[in-house]
Design a protein around this ligand. Structure first.
Ligand code: TMP
Length: 231
């Protein structure tokens, strides 16, 4: 079937007027696609992890674009108009935050921190402040407020979910979409878009293994899936 859009990790296929089929690929990129590779089985893991987390969040009152799992690598979702923002929630310093402020990875932040990036490959997803989001009309004040509140709620729910599975949720990235005036959580929530450290060993169990060439990438993704599905 004709593609609607192909991104770095997923392909979107049109279905009806209201729904899309999302296909999760094994291709991995990092550093704005300067680094490319393959993580065998990643598409299956990310589809199943995302589906499980969307269902869990829905059960706790978070509205999402998720409808159903269609196969190992595919899910059906509602069509939404994606806000051009990456919304990041951080519990502990890591990645670009640790580098920007010169703090040690793993430093606990005084409170969960919401950050926004402008979704733009040519610009390299620059950080953007809430005032600039409003000034540029990328979201309305009410929408941004809802995005922030939902992100903090998702953070609490996911942190609990992973803590019960021996994983420390360090940070994660969300995307939101608009549908009929409503804001829905969209995109994916997977080891590509979160940092998860094993509680016992402190080992990263996410895409940082690929970004930093730590080895054991496939195994880490499979282990996250196993723990997520443990229920
Ligand atoms: P960062 O520390 O590199 O800014 O990443 C913060 C979180 O966002 C981390 O959990 C990884 C995730 N992330 C994405 O999902 N997509 C991206 O393009 C980047 C850079 C990070």
């Amino acid at each position: 079937m004709e593609k609607l859009y192909e991104g770095k990790a997923k392909v979107l296929f049109p279905e009806g007027p209201d729904t899309l089929r999302v296909y999760f690929k094994d291709e991995a990129t990092a550093f704005n696609a300067q680094k490319r590779g393959l993580i065998p089985g990643k598409g299956v893991v990310n589809n199943k992890v995302s589906a499980t987390l969307f269902r869990y969040l829905e059960a706790h009152g978070v509205r999402t674009h998720f409808l159903e799992e269609l196969s190992d690598r595919e899910m059906r979702v509602l069509r939404v108009e994606i806000l051009p923002l990456e919304v990041i929630l951080r519990f502990k310093a890591a990645g670009s935050f640790a580098k920007r402020y010169g703090v040690k990875e793993g430093t606990l932040l005084r409170a969960p921190l919401v950050e926004y990036s402008l979704k733009s490959d040519p610009l390299g997803d620059p950080l953007i402040c809430p005032e600039a989001i409003l000034a540029l009309g990328l979201a309305a004040e009410e929408e941004l407020s809802q995005v922030r509140t939902t992100t903090l709620k998702v953070g609490e729910l996911l942190r609990d979910f992973f803590a019960q599975r021996g994983l420390d949720l360090i940070d994660f990235k969300l995307e939101f979409g608009k549908r009929q005036g409503e804001i829905l959580l969209a995109d994916e929530i997977s080891p590509d878009t979160m940092r998860l450290w094993d509680q016992k060993t402190g080992e990263p169990m996410d895409k940082d293994r690929f970004r930093k060439d730590l080895g054991g990438v496939e195994e880490a993704y499979q282990e996250v899936l196993r723990r997520v599905l443990r229920g």
